[in-house]
Design a protein around this ligand. Structure first.
Ligand SMILES: [Fe+2]
Length: 293
């Protein structure tokens, strides 16, 4: 049976059928999924019983695995998963939910804000692939917003104004927005801001999109409060229900999204329950703008 993709919302997101991604894929299948990503920006695969290695293998079809430190305050000794697999669970190394006041949990709460994965890296991520190993019944949805449709809906004056704007992104900004500000000197160095264009152009389709993220805490050349107020306006515009797909997880779903064209967030859930989500990430291949010297 060939791969087929059914569009889920009027603007984006597709549900894929006719492929078993736990097995090696043909070149045609990879091309069909890649084309689907360019078009729909979010793809949902159901009933994929991935092991960690199978998830890595599937991910490598689309580029290099991102496996760099600098994305979390958890130390190497505290990590539940190796560096090439991002831990999107609420668990510690012993597979127990983190305590309410655990610093790592408070840091993870930043994922409740709309963001683009790794926008705090000089070379931001291409795709993220999130596998639902143990899901919760209530809440814990992943919501996606289509930044292409959001860009298209801006008025011409705004499009002209933002065309060449450059933002500063850092995990300190997204965590700071929730009042998580206590970071060590070492963490501050690790999370030093990087620059990203506010408007991106997709390398294949040529479509423009807003590169918004909770990690964005400033616009180069703008007073900080003015920049943050404007970025809030843009996020509010870009995450209207008409641009959003809310994914309700079933166990063994794999959801792939293009961080260059979408933002996402997780919704609240009962964190005394186990929610085991594992993410692999396809590294991007270029900076969106030169970094400050
Ligand atoms: Fe994320």
């Amino acid at each position: 049976m060939p791969i087929s993709i059914r569009q889920i919302t009027p603007v984006f997101a597709g549900e894929v059928s006719g492929v078993d991604i736990t097995q090696p894929l043909s070149r045609e299948d990879v091309a069909a999924i890649d084309a689907g990503m360019d078009r729909y920006a979010v793809l949902v695969f159901h009933d994929q019983r991935l092991t960690d290695d199978a998830q890595r293998e599937f991910t490598r079809n689309f580029g290099t695995l991102e496996a760099s430190p600098g994305g979390h305050i958890a130390t190497a000794a505290e990590r539940r998963l190796p560096l090439d697999m991002q831990d999107a669970s609420n668990l510690d190394k012993d597979q127990k939910p983190l305590a309410r006041d655990d610093r790592r949990r408070m840091f993870n709460l930043g994922n409740r804000l709309w963001h683009s994965d790794s926008s705090y890296r000089a070379v931001p991520a291409k795709y993220s692939l999130l596998s639902g190993r143990i899901v919760v019944d209530q809440g814990g949805h992943t919501e996606f917003a289509d930044m292409r449709a959001a860009y298209d809906a801006l008025d011409d004056a705004t499009k002209a104004e933002i065309e060449d704007l450059v933002c500063e992104h850092s995990l300190m900004f997204s965590r700071g927005a929730l009042g998580f500000t206590e970071m060590s000197e070492q963490e501050r160095t690790m999370f030093r801001p990087v620059r990203q264009r506010l408007v991106r152009t997709h390398p294949v389709t040529g479509r423009r999109s807003l590169f918004l993220s909770a990690h964005a805490g400033g616009i180069v050349g703008w007073p900080v409060p003015e920049a943050r107020a404007f970025l809030r306006d843009l996020v509010e515009h870009a995450t209207q229900p008409r641009f959003v797909y809310s994914h309700r997880w079933r166990q063994w779903d794999l959801v792939v999204w293009d961080n260059r064209q979408t933002t996402h967030r997780v919704t609240r859930f009962d964190e005394s329950l186990v929610r085991d989500m594992r993410r692999t990430t396809v590294a991007g291949d270029e900076m969106t703008v030169a970094q400050a010297a």
